[in-house]
Design a protein around this ligand. Structure first.
Ligand code: IPE
Ligand code: IPE
Ligand code: MG
Length: 239
């Protein structure tokens, strides 16, 4: 066993990992393929990496698949992503038990077709007996999520509002804050992803495009996490 594996298994695991799956378009362009080919390969890779995270027994994994800003793209690209989404939702309806994946779709669903909304509800319902939580962020934007949370608290006549109140009004309610965010594709920004939940997240960036990401890259990010001194504003123990 390599030293790498030893550290990974022995160290503290992040409870919640967020992944910004960026670089599908550039992956395709590099191969002379249309952008949609990158999205297809990216979706296949999502399935592989999601299985790896379940194998590692990560409690919650959040994958950023489509942002509130991604509607700005050409209609043909958006339509293609939507049709890929339908295919995968249909596949997940028949998800095998041994995968142990519990789905939650986070984001504003009202923008999706009735068919997609029904599929999302069905996949969530059918997978609710499993334990490893997979959040798929679709039409998700952290600013949108926060505005929605404040509106919910306002309707509850909640006053004063505490950070814990906000936390339980987010799509990620009942889930731990994100410990580690991985962004692929070379950019070092959050692009409206989990802004509230990431207050003390460790940030791991890689230049690799999402479809090229392998299990070992995820392990490398977890090792990076395990070597961090997480102080949360306090001091390292013993100093
Ligand atoms: C991420 O890949 C997937 C989505 C945002 C839907 P991109 O499509 O952003 O790929 P690049 O960044 O253009 O290469
Ligand atoms: C972030 O990627 C959103 C997803 C991965 C779904 P983008 O490609 O949309 O982000 P920007 O435009 O580079 O910030
Ligand atoms: Mg991008």
């Amino acid at each position: 066993m390599s030293e790498k594996n030893t550290i990974l298994k022995g160290g503290a695991m992040p409870r919640h990992i967020g992944i910004i799956m960026d670089g599908n378009g550039r992956w395709a362009k590099k191969r002379g393929l249309p952008r949609v080919a990158g999205h297809k390969e990216g979706a296949e890779n999502f399935k592989r990496i999601a299985e790896h995270l379940v194998d590692l027994n990560i409690e919650v994994s959040t994958f950023y698949a489509f942002s509130t800003e991604n509607w700005k793209r050409p209609a043909a690209e958006v339509n293609n992503i939507m049709s890929l989404l339908v295919d995968y939702l249909v596949e997940w309806q028949g998800m095998r038990k041994d995968k142990n994946m519990r789905f939650r779709f986070i984001g504003d669903r009202s923008a999706f077709s009735d068919r997609i909304q029904k599929l999302m509800a069905d996949v969530e319902e059918k997978s609710s007996v499993y334990s490893n939580q997979l959040n798929l962020a679709l039409n998700y934007g952290a600013r949108d999520e926060l505005a929605r949370a404040f509106n919910l608290l306002y309707e509850e006549h909640k006053s004063p509002i505490t950070p814990d109140d906000i936390s339980r009004a987010l799509y990620t309610k009942d889930q731990p804050d994100v410990d580690l965010i991985i962004r692929t594709g070379g950019e070092k920004r959050l692009s409206n992803f989990l802004l509230f939940q990431s207050a003390y997240a460790e940030l791991f960036f890689t230049d690799k495009y999402w479809p090229d990401i392998k299990n070992e890259d995820i392990d490398e990010a977890i090792l990076f996490f395990q070597n961090k001194d997480r102080r949360f504003g306090g001091l390292t123990q013993g100093r």
